[in-house]
Design a protein around this ligand. Structure first.
Ligand SMILES: [Fe+2]
Length: 351
């Protein structure tokens, strides 16, 4: 990795960007609030961005399916218009213009429903992604395949690293279910073929380098759910060898303070996984409900903590370095916390 290209976002939050239309949105260097949202149909009202603006997040993660343009056959004009539709929303525009952020894509802004490496138009789609998210000419994403990227936010002496994965560009075909719609095997079945990949070799090497950088907290952004169990939709569990590799890598690199965020599912949830490969229990927050949450969703979710969130929502990660605590919360359009879970720094091995 070229260290000079690593992005470091200044400590003073949005104000440091010089384009701040809201007041500095963090109480001090001892904390950081990160917003997380995904699944935003541009044809629908999106009041969730107003709620997110009120929270004055110091950083924001757009976790994929940021627009919907995956109808077949793929149409680049439809994707461009979808992005234009999102850009036309005043509240989204204000949030994007005033909050340091990172975006990844999922299948609906990639351009192919449940798509992976086989998608023939992925370079066209990437060009639109780079245009819409205003990725600069010297950005490393322009020099490599896919859209994976990382940024580090400095808060005093503390460092919070946000690692955005591309779970589409390189992903091998999934094994189709033998019981379409059956609970636990709705669309796909686990496939332990060691030749299949979620990230591809170049992204795996990059991820290892990221995990070896100095950081107190690391937020890994995976558009599809990672540790979630108990359903047969897209998830890392469909490629269990790759998921095990991720768990092993987190352990081998001794990465501290790791939390995963995801989207895609049209539900919100908080998950916790502990197993023999993981050095520490791993947490995941799925925030997937800017528009059209799955109101009647119900699933087994053996490693889910608490309920599925089935109302429009976004997620918040509150990192408090003084209280030594990280709180994951899922919030509705009224900004009330629908579901939250606090994790002490000791549980995350944060010094
Ligand atoms: Fe998706």
């Amino acid at each position: 990795m070229n260290m000079r290209r690593r992005s470091v976002v200044a400590a003073a939050g949005a104000a440091a960007l010089g384009a701040c239309a809201v007041a500095p949105n963090q109480p001090g260097a001892g904390s950081l609030r990160i917003g997380v949202a995904s699944c935003a149909d541009q044809s629908q009202p999106q009041p969730i961005w107003d709620a997110a603006l009120q929270q004055r997040c110091g950083y924001f993660i757009f976790a994929g399916d940021n627009v919907y343009a995956s109808g077949a056959p793929f149409d680049i004009d439809r994707l461009r218009k979808a992005y234009d539709g999102l850009a036309g929303k005043d509240n989204f525009r204000l949030l994007r213009n005033t909050t340091p952020h990172l975006a990844v894509w999922d299948d609906h802004d990639y351009g192919l429903n449940d798509g992976g490496a086989e998608f023939a138009h992925k370079q066209q789609s990437k060009d639109e992604f780079l245009r819409f998210w205003r990725v600069g000419a010297a950005d490393p994403r322009r020099l490599r395949e896919g859209i994976y990227h990382a940024q580090t936010i400095e808060r005093g002496t503390r460092r919070v690293q946000v690692i955005g994965l591309d779970t589409r560009w390189f992903r091998s075909p999934l094994r189709a279910t033998d019981q379409h719609g059956a609970p636990g095997k709705e669309r796909y079945l686990p496939d332990a073929d060691p030749a299949k990949t979620m990230l591809g070799q170049a992204q795996w090497r990059w991820l290892e380098a990221q995990l070896r950088e100095r950081a107190d907290v690391r937020v890994i952004v995976s558009s599809v759910q990672c540790i979630a169990e108990g359903h047969g939709w897209e998830r890392w569990g469909n490629l269990p060898v790759e998921r095990e590799r991720l768990y092993r890598l987190i352990g081998e690199t001794k990465a501290r303070g790791v939390v995963i965020v995801s989207g895609d599912r049209h539900i919100g949830g908080i998950y916790r996984e502990a197993n023999a490969t993981l050095r520490l229990p791993l947490h995941e927050m799925t925030s997937s409900g800017v528009t059209h949450p799955w109101a009647t969703a119900s699933e087994y979710g053996p490693n889910r903590i608490g309920p599925l969130v089935t109302v429009p929502h976004y997620g918040v990660i509150d990192i408090d370095f003084s209280a030594r605590r990280l709180v994951l919360s899922l919030r509705g359009i009224d900004n009330r916390s629908v579901h939250e879970h606090a994790i002490d720094f000791e549980q995350l091995d944060i010094a």
